[in-house]
Design a binder for this molecule. Structure first.
Ligand code: FAD
Length: 465
C-alpha cells in the first residue's frame, strides 16, 4: 500500500545477531518488528554452525564405529545411509528454527517476511514476491550477515560448491578438493574425511587454521593426514575444469603446477558482508574499505537511530559475537549505557582435536608489552582424557607475571569448545591463576586440566613434574 506502517524498533535479518537483538529489545520493553528474507535463524542455524556440527558429529560416530579396535571394540558391518544423515541434520535445523519462531512470537516480536531496502534515514521498503510495503522506524538494527566469497576462476556450479553446497550433498564424495584451510574448510573437510572422503586441502598460507598457534594447527593436520587427507600449504588454486562427473583442479604448490581430480571442489576462502543491496548509500551510512558498516562501541552507525551488528561489522565473523552485539544494541536502544567489550571472545574450531582460544596468545601478550608467565598442561596427564581415549593435545595459559592475572587461554584437545567457557569467565571476571588453581574441580573431568594449567602457572602442579 501507499501508507507507511509505523514501527518502533525494526531489526533487519533474523540470524543469531538479529533474532537475539529482537528478543532482548522486546524483553526491555520495545515494540519490535523483525524482517527476514530467507529463513529464521540466518546462516548459523540454516547453513552454518548447526548443520556443520551435525555432520561433524555423524562423521565422528561413523569413524569411531570403524576404528575402536584399540579399546577392544570392533563392529562387524558398519553401514552409512547418508540420506538419513542428511534428514537427521535437517530435523535438527528445523527444531531450532521452529524454536526461534516460537521464541520471537512468545516475546511478542512481529515477524515480517521479505527483503528490506533503505529509502531514507527513517524508512525502509520491504518487498516479497507479491507486494511491497513501506515501514517507518524509530530505531533500526541492521543484522544482514554475510555470504561465501566466490573466486572468479571458480564460479559456483554443481561441482564447485560453497559451504552451503557442501552441507547439502546427497552422497559422500569419493574425493573432494578443499580450497582454503580456514576453520570452515577444515571442519567440513574433516567431517567428510571421517565419512570416507579422500580430501585434499589447498591452503595459500604457511599453515592451516592461521588464527591458531602452529603447535595447535599441527595436531589437526596430523589427525587429518592419519585419516588419509592430503594437505598442501603455500598452494594457490588456479583453475577448475569440469569433467564428465567431476572436476580437475589446477594449483601451483610452492611454485610447481599440480592437478587434482575430484568429485567436488569446496571453496572456503572467506565471507563477504551483505551490505551492497540494502540502499545504505541512500542513507549515507559510513562504511570501511572492506565493505563493513562502521560502528562505535554501542553498535551505533553514524546515522542516529541506526545500529549494525554481527558479520557486517568489524571483528571475527562468529555467531556468539553477533548475538552479544545484538544484546548490547538492544540495551542501548532501551536507554541503558551499554557498550561492547571484546576482551573475551572465544574462537573455536570443531576439528579433531578441537581447538579453542580466548584472550591473548603468548605472542600477542608480549607484543602488548606484558611480562608473562606461560604454563602448559598435556591432556595425556589427565585421567578423564585417558579414560575417554582422547589424549591428544594440551592447554596453554598466559598470565601476567606480577599478579597472575589470566590474559589468555588456548586449548587443543577433545571438548576444547566446552572447556574454553571457564577461561572466558576467568578473563571476564579478572581472575588470577591462583583463583582457578584453588577452585575445586570435579574429578575425573577435563576441567581439571584448567585447574592444573593454573597450578603450573603458580609453580605447583600435582600431576606433572
Ligand atoms: P546471518 O546469520 O548471516 O543472518 C543474516 C540474515 O539476514 C540472513 O538470514 C539473511 O537472509 C537476512 N537478510 C540479509 N539481507 C536482508 C535484507 N535486505 N532483508 C531482510 N533480511 C535480510 N560461527 C560460530 O560462532 N560458530 C560456528 O561453529 C560457526 N560455524 C559456521 C559454519 C559455517 C559452514 C558457516 C558458513 C558459518 C559458521 N559460523 C560459525 C559463522 C556464523 O554462522 C556467522 O558468524 C553468523 O551467522 C552471523 O550472524 P549474523 O546475525 O550477523 O548474520
Amino acid at each position: 500500500g501507499d501508507f507507511a506502517v509505523e514501527v518502533d524498533t525494526l531489526v533487519i535479518g533474523a540470524g543469531p545477531g538479529g533474532y537475539v537483538a529482537a528478543i532482548r529489545a522486546a524483553q526491555l520493553g520495545q515494540k519490535v518488528t523483525i524482517v527476514e528474507k530467507g529463513n529464521l535463524g540466518g546462516v548459523c542455524l540454516n547453513v552454518g554452525c548447526i548443520p556443520s556440527k551435525a555432520l561433524i558429529a555423524a562423521g565422528h560416530k561413523y569413524h569411531d564405529a570403524l576404528h575402536s579396535e584399540d579399546i577392544g571394540i570392533s563392529v562387524g558391518d558398519v553401514k552409512l545411509d547418508f540420506s538419513k544423515v542428511q534428514k537427521w541434520k535437517s530435523s535438527v535445523v528445523n527444531k531450532l528454527t521452529g524454536g526461534v519462531e516460537a521464541l520471537l512470537k512468545g516475546n511478542k516480536v512481529n515477524i515480517v517476511k521479505g527483503e528490506a531496502y533503505f529509502v531514507d534515514e527513517t524508512t525502509v521498503r520491504i518487498m516479497d514476491e507479491k507486494s511491497s510495503q513501506t515501514y517507518k522506524f524509530n530505531n533500526c538494527i541492521i543484522a544482514t550477515g554475510s555470504r561465501p566469497i566466490e573466486l572468479p576462476a571458480f564460479k559456483w556450479s554443481k561441482r564447485v560448491i560453497s559451504s552451503t553446497g557442501a552441507l547439502a550433498l546427497e552422497e559422500v564424495p569419493k574425493k573432494m578438493v578443499v580450497i582454503g584451510g580456514g576453520y570452515i574448510g577444515i571442519e567440513l573437510g574433516a567431517a567428510y574425511a571421517n565419512l570416507g572422503t579422500e580430501i585434499t586441502v589447498l591452503e595459500g598460507g604457511k599453515q592451516i587454521l592461521p588464527g591458531f598457534e602452529i603447535q595447535m594447527s599441527q595436531l589437526v593436520s596430523n589427525r587429518l593426514k592419519k585419516n588419509g587427507a592430503n594437505i598442501f600449504t603455500e598452494a594457490l588454486a588456479k583453475e577448475v575444469e569440469e569433467t564428465a562427473n567431476g572436476v580437475k583442479v589446477t594449483a601451483e604448490i610452492k611454485g610447481e603446477v599440480q592437478t587434482f581430480d575430484a568429485d567436488y571442489v569446496l571453496v572456503t576462502v572467506g565471507r563477504r558482508p551483505n551490505t551492497e543491496e540494502l540502499g545504505l548509500e541512500q542513507v549515507g551510512i559510513e562504511m570501511t574499505d572492506r565493505g563493513l558498516v562502521k560502528v562505535d562501541k554501542q553498535c551505533k552507525t553514524n546515522i542516529s537511530g541506526i545500529y549494525a551488528i554481527g558479520d557486517i561489522i568489524d571483528g571475527p565473523a562468529l555467531a556468539h559475537k553477533a548475538s552479544y552485539e545484538g544484546k548490547v544494541a538492544a540495551e542501548v536502544i532501551s536507554g541503558h549505557p551499554a557498550e561492547v567489550d571484546y576482551l573475551a571472545i572465544p574462537a573455536v574450531v570443531f576439528s579433531g582435536p578441537e581447538l579453542a582460544s580466548v584472550g591473548l596468545t603468548e605472542a600477542e601478550a608480549k607484543d602488548a608489552g606484558y611480562d608473562v608467565v606461560v604454563s602448559k598442561f598435556p591432556f595425556a596427564a589427565n585421567g578423564r582424557a585417558l579414560s575417554l581415549n582422547e589424549t591428544d593435545g594440551f592447554m596453554k595459559m598466559v598470565t601476567r607475571k606480577d599478579d597472575g592475572l589470566v590474559l589468555g587461554v588456548q586449548i587443543a584437545g577433545t571438548n576444547a569448545s566446552d572447556m574454553i567457557s571457564e577461561a572466558c569467565v576467568a578473563i571476564e571476571a579478572g581472575m588470577t591463576a591462583e583463583d582457578i588453581a584453588m577452585t575445586i574441580h570435579a574429578h575425573p573431568s577435563l576441567g581439571e586440566i584448567t585447574m592444573e594449567t593454573a597450578e603450573v602457572a603458580i609453580g605447583m602442579p600435582i600431576h606433572i613434574v
